[in-house]
Design a protein around this ligand. Structure first.
Ligand SMILES: Nc1ncnc2c1ncn2[C@@H]1O[C@H](COP(=O)(O)OP(=O)(O)OP(=O)(O)O)[C@@H](O)[C@H]1O
Length: 619
């Protein structure tokens, strides 16, 4: 048997040399001489295999190929390291530029604040020369000064006869009470019908459970109570918040509406201290409910078709017309259905004609975001924290006050269907930041589904009104609890007031078209249009984008957007890797996506939200 064969010394030396060079390559420590030597020796010469046994030749060839592969790998790592270093340098420059810019801005603000404190005029920022573009033609009509605003009077509204009417006859009340007690007894539930509170649309029977009786036992009888009392919609509140009773609410069967005039005549409205009062209606105890939009600070209204949303929104707009002149409050009305706000077309508070098209509505929302930012700058200039502080200073120092702005959208679903990402992002941004600058929104929908009332919308609209809906699921989508499915329709609502962790059942007041027309005719007298919203900037952006896309200039942006839409991940480093671009470009692309509302803003370590999908892009 041949003994273990040995590698010839020359071949072993070569192998050893190769291993040594490989280790040195990885460590990156080579002298110039060695580099030259390495360059001279690359690629490794094929081993001299003449006169060698076959197995030795195979081992040597294997070793040779391994070393060769490892050298290639090392070179690849080296080039990757080099690109990471370049990238790091780019980042460093980007952040140092950003820091310098912010520092300069801060210095300017500080100097201006100091000058103001010293009683000097604020330091004017010199306009950069390249930004002095030729003035473009103003696309909106000049605002002609109007006469004094004529606040509408109560006589323009119809009177109510609900006060004199008998909502439920004593006999009927007694009959219902007996039936209710009978139902509880027949199911052997130890509970007593204590009393009844007669409200404008419903009567609430207050039931006291016996000792040891679970409230769920009573609420579980909802269907049986409906059956025995021959009622379709019975709502059970178990328990009534703050009271030792379970509330069983049964419709009165009357059709007598409450009038908006009764609300305006009430003490709650006339003596209330709300900053932006809104007439909501009358609760079960017959108390007038007035909400403060400034506290809300945004309102979501939802309910099935015909449940009373439009009447409610008309009440809210008329409330504003009765309390604020156009100098004090500006209105933006969005009506994709084009029928709801027609009557308010001519009110002088409008700063843009009633918006009918969904795509225009999105532009208007973008304008509102811009307006919000401008208002923040104005507040900063006057060194006040909010609109209240600004207006107090205005009164003391004699400059113009800042008006409140209310944006009302009827049918959010239409907006969400045409451009969900953009609409949702603008609404969320407005809802999060606009309270301090006096901008408030009221949005309504008849489609209470999760793709219209999304998580983002819900999170930003804590004050909600639910009218009658068709299912418990819809009720939960709007209010996070059941109940709206048991409402009676025609203005019967559940209201979640700001600052209260409970729902209040309210009957919304009724206002008819003739009353609205009379109020509008009254307030528009001697008033000129105040349409000041200029959407041309947004139109240019949209056209510009289309052009640049057509030219192929924005190819990279579209590629990046496609990646973000596909992966639902908006990260600068991820884009860098996927597109093989530097940090600067990737960061700019991400910023651009945020500006175009395709992704949400940076929020600490939480990943940015992505509002586009591949289907959206394909469309
Ligand atoms: N507060 C109210 N009091 C009495 N009746 C009301 C009230 N609100 C609404 N109604 C009645 O219900 C009808 C439908 O109301 P409204 O037009 O407000 O419904 P909606 O929810 O806006 O429907 P849609 O979503 O289809 O526009 C009204 O014409 C009116 O007869």
């Amino acid at each position: 048997m041949p003994g273990p064969s040995k590698l010839p010394k020359k071949s072993i030396r070569r192998v050893k040399d190769g291993v040594r060079r490989f280790l040195e390559n990885v460590a990156g420590e080579r002298s110039e001489e060695e580099d030259e030597e390495l360059e001279d020796s690359q690629p490794l010469p094929a081993p001299d295999t003449k006169n060698l046994p076959d197995d030795l030749v195979r081992i040597a060839e294997l070793e040779h190929s391994i070393i060769d592969a490892e050298q290639r790998q090392t070179e690849k790592w080296r080039s990757e390291m080099a690109s990471i270093l370049t990238d790091r340098e780019e980042r460093q420059t980007y952040f140092s530029d950003l820091a310098t810019e912010r520092e300069a801005r801060f210095e300017k603000m500080l100097a201006s604040a100091k000058a103001q404190l010293a009683g000097l005029p604020p330091i004017e920022e010199p306009e950069p020369e390249e930004e002095q573009e030729p003035e473009e033609e103003e696309p909106i009509a000049e605002i002609i000064p109007s006469g004094p605003y004529a606040f509408p009077t109560l006589e323009l509204l119809e009177t109510s006869d609900i006060e004199e009417a008998t909502l439920v006859s004593p006999d009927k009340l007694e009959e219902q009470e007996l039936k209710l007690q009978g139902t509880l007894d027949s199911f052997a539930v130890d509970a007593m019908v204590y009393d009844a509170v007669v409200g404008p649309r419903v009567t609430q029977f207050r039931v006291r459970p016996g000792i040891g009786v679970r409230v769920e036992k009573i609420s579980g009888l909802q269907k049986n109570i409906s059956l025995n009392l021959a009622q379709t919609n019975v709502r059970i509140q178990a328990p009534i918040p703050g009271e030792p009773f379970v509330g069983i609410e049964i419709g009165n069967g009357n059709t007598l509406p409450i009038r908006l005039r009764s609300v305006f005549e009430s003490r709650a409205w006339q003596r209330g201290s709300e900053t932006i009062p809104l007439a909501i209606g009358m609760d079960i105890q017959g108390k007038i409910v007035v909400a403060d939009l400034a506290k809300a600070p945004h309102l979501l209204i939802a309910g099935a078709t015909g449940s009373g949303k439009s009447v409610c929104m008309s009440n809210l707009i008329v409330s504003l017309l009765y309390k604020f002149s156009p100098e004090e409050l500006e209105l933006v009305l969005v009506d994709p259905k084009r029928v709801e706000f027609g009557l308010f077309r001519e009110i002088p508070h409008l700063i843009h004609p009633v918006v009918g098209e969904a795509d225009k509505a999105v532009k208007v929302l973008k304008w509102v975001v811009q307006e919000m930012e401008t208002r923040y700058e104005i507040l900063a200039e006057k060194q006040v924290r909010n609109i209240a502080g600004y207006n107090a200073k205005a009164e003391a120092q004699g400059f113009d006050k800042m008006p409140f702005m209310v944006v009302i959208i009827d049918e959010l679903a239409d907006l969400m269907m045409t451009s969900k990402g953009e609409a949702e992002a603008s609404l969320a941004r407005i809802a999060q930041l606009s309270r301090a600058v006096g901008i408030h929104t009221i949005i309504a929908t008849q489609r209470p589904s999760v793709n219209v009332i999304t998580g983002v919308i819900k999170a930003n609209y804590p004050t909600r009104i639910a009218f009658q809906v068709s299912s418990v699921v819809d009720s939960r989508t709007i209010l996070d609890s059941k109940g709206a499915e048991s409402l009676l329709g025609a203005g019967d609502m559940l209201f979640n007031p700001p600052g209260f962790a409970r729902l209040v059942r309210i009957q919304s007041p009724m206002i008819q078209d003739e009353e609205i027309s009379q109020v509008v005719t009254h307030v528009k007298a001697d008033q000129n249009e105040r349409h000041r919203v200029d959407l041309s900037a947004f139109e240019q952006t949209a056209e510009g984008t289309a052009e640049s896309l057509a030219d192929g200039v924005d190819d990279l942006y579209m590629q990046a957007l496609a990646i973000v839409a596909e992966t639902q991940k908006a990260s600068t480093s991820y884009l860098q890797r996927r597109l093989r671009i530097g940090y600067n470009r990737a960061a700019t692309l991400i910023e651009e996506m945020e500006d175009r509302f395709h992704i949400g803003p940076q929020n600490g370590s939480t990943p940015r939200e992505v509002f586009v999908t591949t289907e959206d892009l394909n469309q």
